[in-house]
Design a protein around this ligand. Structure first.
Ligand SMILES: Cc1ncc(COP(=O)(O)O)c(C=O)c1O
Length: 344
């Protein structure tokens, strides 16, 4: 089966699993797991932040970050197409007493400053308004096709956030894909946000875990909220060890995933009945549509699955394919052939 539904399907390499066997472990609830500490320091250094904290998932990392930044009853400004808003079970409202303010997202994944501005009450002294306490950015932006937010935009939104005196949290689940796409060190992306969460799973191919980075004070607050949410772990070095392997060995190879995504996009663009703009492919995510009237997206995905190719529906009849470490260029060529056969 060629698995293109998501990079969350990546399996740990044998070398990664081996690191678990030799990891020095302790009770991280007592801050005594040296492998976890090593991972947290490595992550903070890489992203140019003071400190880091390991959490079990990206969802919890985003939730704990939002709760750490925002007092109850305040608003979190989120992309209306973001993972936080669409796929994270409304956690910030339920657990954090926060109000999501969905902001219309531009096709490049940015939240236009004029759109953000609308979320701020014109009279900050008027007690009837809930106040914005945080801007969340997603980079790369998954539902916008893995688009990388331009550095010029990050500068602009930082300036706006400073003007409004609100922090920025970046859901950088795939931030290393963004850094590879821009060919810059990841800290040059992270520096525009007060906090960043990134996933060790997904493209980096560790089995689980996410890290939140930020100031010492902020990270300690996330640690406290992590405990409250039940995400404080014991011998979590078994998660951290493959995470260290991932941060050391799996970043540069993301370029291969990007090349495979472009190969796939170019390949299917030549097939009559496929609608795709190949210039939109910036990272490892490819979004396309089936314009052939005989086949709708449901039957197309089912037919592909029967023939050995897994794809996923992605809202508004769009189809998503995601490349990752479990996929090579031959898999991509086979995937293209399967799609050609379905539409023949
Ligand atoms: C952009 C983005 N943020 C956060 C998450 C949440 O990660 P997880 O589901 O691993 O907790 C995902 C998951 O796919 C994601 O794509």
């Amino acid at each position: 089966m060629i698995e293109l539904r998501s990079d969350t399907f990546t399996l740990p390499l044998p070398e990664m699993l081996e690191t678990i066997q030799y990891a020095v472990l302790g009770d991280d609830g007592y801050s005594e797991d040296p492998t976890v500490k090593q991972l947290e320091e490595l992550a903070a250094n890489k992203l140019g932040k003071e400190a880091g904290v390991l959490l079990p998932s990206g969802v919890m990392a985003n939730l704990a970050s939002m709760m750490a930044h925002c007092p109850r009853g305040t608003k979190v400004l989120v992309s209306n197409e973001s993972d936080i808003y669409i796929y994270e079970a409304g956690g910030a409202s339920v657990c954090g007493g926060l109000i999501y303010e969905p902001i219309t997202t531009s096709s490049d994944g940015c939240l236009a400053i004029d759109e953000l501005r609308k979320a701020f009450p014109w009279d900050t002294q008027d007690p009837q308004y809930a106040h914005p306490a945080l801007i969340c950015l997603e980079n790369p932006h998954n539902r916008m096709g893995g688009k990388v937010l331009p550095i010029s935009y990050l500068q602009e939104v930082r300036q706006f956030a400073d003007e409004k005196k609100v922090p920025i949290h970046m859901d950088g689940a795939r931030i290393f894909n963004a850094a590879i796409a821009l060919d810059i060190p990841v800290e040059q992306i992270a520096k525009f946000s007060d906090s960043v969460q990134f996933c060790l799973s997904k493209g980096l191919s560790a089995p689980l875990g996410s890290v939140v980075v930020g100031t010492h004070v902020f990270v300690e607050k996330v640690r406290w909220i992590r405990k409250m949410l039940g995400g404080s772990m014991r011998q979590a070095g078994v998660i951290a060890a493959p995470g260290i392997y991932a941060l050391t060995n799996m970043i540069d190879r993301l370029e291969e995933d990007h090349q495979n995504a472009r190969r796939f996009a170019n390949g299917i663009a030549a097939i009559p009945g496929i609608e795709i703009d190949v210039s939109e492919v910036e990272t490892n995510i490819v979004i396309f549509r089936v314009s052939e009237r005989r086949v709708n997206w449901i039957t197309f995905i089912e037919e592909a699955r029967i023939r050995g190719l897994q794809l996923t529906e992605f809202g508004y009849g769009r189809i998503r394919a995601v490349t990752h470490s479990g996929i090579n260029s031959e898999d991509i060529d086979r995937a293209i052939r399967i799609i050609r056969d379905i539409l023949a």
